[in-house]
Design a protein around this ligand. Structure first.
Ligand SMILES: NC(=O)c1ccc[n+]([C@@H]2O[C@H](COP(=O)([O-])OP(=O)(O)OC[C@H]3O[C@@H](n4cnc5c(N)ncnc54)[C@H](O)[C@@H]3O)[C@@H](O)[C@H]2O)c1
Length: 458
């Protein structure tokens, strides 16, 4: 079959895999190849056990793989063949040198840009899919144009707004698709080519076109706003606990105001995931670079409240359990950073586990999708950590259960059965406020939600 367009994506991760699968699914006339340096990851994309879990992803892969969707480690060949190259490599926070702990580590896209430049034999459109600091396109252009081959590159920014756990639905019916380009003839042609791809399934009015810097910045700003809502509601949980107000009632009363809106107002143990913290820190670093210290301080506060919330949860457990956890067994319900994903990057569960181990508690961790990742995250942990697939099994002989991920299955468990197998007094710390607290209290548990008065039998 002769394909109309050939697209490759460099980086077969949580973004590259699902986004390209959706393009292949919606555009059977395009050939889509996803490449990565990580051989094991590519092998898993080519197997029945995909490297990431997303509801609906298996079906889309089954419908496209081997037909017009391919996974490969042959990056050079991919670059030569394709006209459109998405760059979806990771941009984690730097862990060394200048900007360590704040600035994004740009070594991965830099290597990619050089690899594209050194292998391209014809003109290409380069699509920034990863989340980059604003003005990355400028640096990328400098690298790409340092060649004498006469090959021309047009860069467009097309940030990804999918949320893990709902990635397939988000990709199929996005709130918007953003395409930023230069307003040069070449830039506008590249922009139109991108719009043409998305028009295969996204209505025109949902495809926004902007200048390239606005597009790069919008992604960082969107994540800053989302994270800020979580920190805003969490910042009031302590005040609720001190004053007998109930954060769920407050959030509902506040969220019904159409100017505020009710989504993203669930109080809990704080946000995780690979993006929110790193993108805010990247924004903070950028603001300081431009001398905008007040702005930087404002957004840094969002991350500080998030760290505070996790520590507060640990101290809440310690206080409630008579100020000692040594030798006590605590069962963690959930390790993923949110429900419907196996991703544990920056999950609050990592911090909470480490802190509870420092207090010499013994931990039993259960999660329907994230146990493999949890074991990797906790490889070097000092202390007793046991992993169990079955939550009932996990709770046996525990003194407390702490809900760390809002998996709906935890709502549906038989808590009478769980109570029977636990040590007494039995505690539940509902870090996501998803359980029926009155019912648990009636069973005999001492119940500690977030941002609500605790329910205790003593
Ligand atoms: N995960 C999300 O929900 C999400 C959402 C929107 C945007 N983003 C952004 O998208 C980007 C990718 O995120 P992710 O979660 O998919 O990361 P990821 O770590 O899951 O995937 C990145 C992949 O890129 C590969 N890679 C790195 N350097 C490479 C190179 N030189 N050549 C080929 N492959 C290379 C890695 O091996 C890895 O498999 C990040 O910038 C992130 O901020 C992520």
């Amino acid at each position: 079959m002769k394909f109309e367009k050939h697209i490759i994506c460099i980086g077969a991760g949580y973004v590259g895999g699902p986004t390209m699968a959706m393009i292949a699914y919606k555009c059977p006339r395009y050939k889509v190849t996803v490449v990565d340096t990580n051989h094991e990851r590519i092998a898993r994309w080519n197997s029945d056990e995909l490297p990431i879990y997303e509801p609906g992803l298996d079906e889309i892969i089954a419908a496209t793989r081997g037909k017009n969707l391919f996974f490969s480690t042959d990056i050079e060949r991919g670059i030569k063949e394709a006209k459109i190259i998405f760059v979806s490599v990771n941009t984690p926070t730097k862990t060394f040198g200048t900007g360590s702990g704040m600035a994004p580590d740009l070594q991965f896209w830099e290597k990619t840009a050089r690899q594209i430049r050194d292998n391209a034999e014809s003109d290409k459109i380069i699509v920034e899919k990863s989340t980059f600091p604003v003005r990355t396109a400028f640096a990328m252009e400098r690298i790409l144009s340092a060649t004498k081959t006469g090959v021309h590159f047009d860069i467009v920014s097309n940030p990804e707004f999918l949320a893990e756990g709902t990635a397939i639905a988000d990709l199929e019916t996005p709130d918007r698709v953003l395409v930023g380009s230069h307003e040069t003839p070449g830039g506008l042609r590249a922009r139109d080519e991108m719009v043409e791809i998305f028009l295969n399934w996204v209505p025109r009015e949902k495809i926004l076109t902007t200048n390239i810097w606005s597009s790069e910045l919008s992604k960082l700003v969107a994540n800053a706003f989302l994270a800020q809502r979580i920190s805003s509601i969490n910042s009031f949980t302590e005040l609720c606990e001190k004053t007998e107000a109930d954060i769920t009632e407050v959030a509902r009363a506040v969220g019904l105001d159409h100017r505020i809106g009710g989504t993203y107002l669930n109080a809990g143990i704080g946000f995780g995931g690979s993006c929110f913290k790193k993108d805010i820190l990247s924004l903070v670093y950028l603001c300081r670079h431009y001398g905008l210290d007040e702005v930087a301080d404002y957004w840094e506060g969002v991350v500080k409240i998030n760290e505070y919330q996790k520590e507060r949860f640990v101290l809440g457990i310690l206080n409630a359990m008579f100020d000692t956890l040594a030798g006590k067994r605590i069962c963690l319900f959930g390790f993923a950073f949110k429900a419907n994903t196996g991703d544990t990057r920056e999950s609050p569960a990592i911090y909470i586990t480490k802190r509870l181990c420092e207090e010499r508690a013994e931990l039993v961790i259960t999660d329907p999708r994230a146990l493999q990742n949890a074991e990797k995250d906790l490889e070097d942990i000092k202390g007793t950590v046991i992993y169990k697939n079955d939550p009932y099994d996990a709770a046996v002989s525990c003194d407390a259960v702490a809900v760390l991920t809002e998996w709906s299955l935890y709502r549906e468990l038989d808590y009478k059965k769980i109570y029977r197998v636990m040590n007494k007094p039995a505690f539940i710390f509902d870090g996501r406020n998803i359980l029926n607290h009155e019912k648990l209290f009636a069973i005999g548990f001492n119940v500690y939600p977030v941002g609500k008065p605790p329910m205790k039998h003593f």
